[in-house]
Design a protein around this ligand. Sequence first.
Ligand SMILES: *[C@@H]1O[C@H](CO)[C@@H](O)[C@H](O)[C@H]1NC(C)=O
Ligand SMILES: *[C@@H]1O[C@H](CO)[C@@H](O)[C@H](O)[C@H]1NC(C)=O
Length: 298
Amino acid sequence: MAATKKIIIDTDPGIDDAMAIFVVLRSPQVEVIGVTTIYGKVYTTLATRDALHLLEVAGRADIPVAERKDAKLRIVDFVHGTDGLGNQNFPPPKGKPIEQSAATFLIEQANLYLGKLLSKLCQKDWQSVLLDETFSVNDDMNPAAEANIFGDPDAADIVFTSGADVLAVGINVTHQVVLTDADREISWFNQMERFAQYLSRILEVYFSYHREANLTRGVYLHEPTAILASINPSLVTFTEGLVSVQTTGITRGLTILYNGQKRFSEHTEWSDKSTVKVAVTVDSPSVVKLVLDRLMGS
Ligand SMILES: *[C@@H]1O[C@H](CO)[C@@H](O)[C@H](O)[C@H]1NC(C)=O
Ligand SMILES: *[C@@H]1O[C@H](CO)[C@@H](O)[C@H](O)[C@H]1NC(C)=O
């Protein structure tokens, strides 16, 4: 049997994050060894509460949750509901986060499993050592930046140029993976299965947001796509290049990819930095099918 990959999920749940967490918990190739939480769609404390709640819904309260300790606040609550999970007034979780901060937990786990750890992180903990990264090519936060990168551009820049094994799956790619109204009607509501039932409640807010903003006929599967690509890289094709993140000014959070094709005569700061993999295309039908299969327990 092939060794299972170990994953740490860094998240600000999040409806598509909830889907991603459930999908991963049902993916036999990987073992979730921890969840770290961070502000974004909700405040960090609420993100922690949501993460604990989701693990309890999944029957996996044994997985430790560690919280990022510094409290930068940048909240976008109109996409996922003010509670991050579709405004369903869920009861508080029974569990608590561990004492360790997210950063300490990540470093400790990385040291413990060095060489075996594949941590799937969303940009915000620069201390992370080995990772597989969700990264986005611009503009859902403002004309320059995507929300996750915008949350901590300095950290993102360090990660991209650190030499770690990074696979960046941008929103230009995840925008191609849509769970349609039709998918939802045929497959979803008829299911008595635990995750499908739970998600059918929280998804309403996410569907309405996409409908009212005229985005697409359905909802984007951002986080499930990124996490499935980290488990099975053949779901995406990718290019390799140097990614640099703008850390100041009005374009703070802007990501630039240099794939080395154009040669420059001067030796510059761009010349010898480490490269990362950046997703170019995605096999959307396979991703949607995998998400539905996992969430329906098959
Ligand atoms: C979505 O489209 C409808 C109909 O064309 C329009 O009335 C509405 O303003 C649009 N909403 C947004 C957020 O652009
Ligand atoms: C997404 O962005 C990357 C980086 O700019 C690019 O290489 C890739 O072709 C883009 N893919 C799509 C589908 O737009």
